[in-house]
Design a protein around this ligand. Sequence first.
Ligand code: IPE
Ligand code: IPE
Ligand code: MG
Length: 262
Amino acid sequence: MRKKLSSMIHTSSTQDVPEVAGVPKHVAIIMDGNGRWATKRFLPRVAGHSQGLDTVRKIVKECGDKGVEYLTLFAFSSENWRRPAEEVGFLMKLFLTALEKEITRLHRNNVRLRLIGDLSRFDPLIQERVAAAEARTAENTGLNLTIAANYGGRWDILQAVSACIKANPNLDPDAINEEFLAPYLSMPYAPEPDLFIRTGGEQRISNFLLWQLAYTELYFTDVLWPDFDTQELQNSFDWYRDRERRFGRTSAQVVSAQETGK
Ligand code: IPE
Ligand code: IPE
Ligand code: MG
């Protein structure tokens, strides 16, 4: 049982010389700039969040069509509770209605939905809908869509350490290594992201996937999330295709390994 489970778990995708692929297998996005998009139009900030949901719909569809296998979207950080109560309240309502309204379309498109983050802080109704949506799409074989909600990269590492110690109470501290801890992190079903995109002009990680982004290619664009579209997505993929991922090796080693197929 343990063996079967571990063969399904991705510990790290940075061990081997990477294959050259035009389309990243796993894309992780910080969808930033909703508030500024709205403010520029003299609209309340929350109008930007509604418009941002339209972009989510388009980008999910496009990633599926392009053959991306995993798409991970940062929807609400563990720090976003610090925002004004009305904005947080609006985001919760939007989340709740999206869980109800979008799920049929996602299911029809063969998308498998999962949530990561500390969901215990959400309203019980949201928690119920998340569980129902995950269960409904669990057998789908298309795009693996992960929404990070009340997620923080530090929280993820801490909860993994805690779960790991609980599962192995007599653990020898010297026995802990990356492979041992990785299955307890929030996304053991996915390889580490190949491409990270942050819209909205800021060049920071804002406590997103700290562990998993160790060797991810980082793409930053000034385009605000509600304006991000399929052409902008293609631009990021074009940029990604020109990266040489070395994972610590020299360029010559990578080229030679790719030529010999090893
Ligand atoms: C990202 O857009 C959405 C969330 C954090 C929920 P912002 O709301 O951060 O937009 P800006 O950065 O203020 O423009
Ligand atoms: C990051 O955006 C979180 C999400 C997009 C959900 P923020 O707008 O909260 O990030 P900071 O505060 O500018 O770093
Ligand atoms: Mg922001």
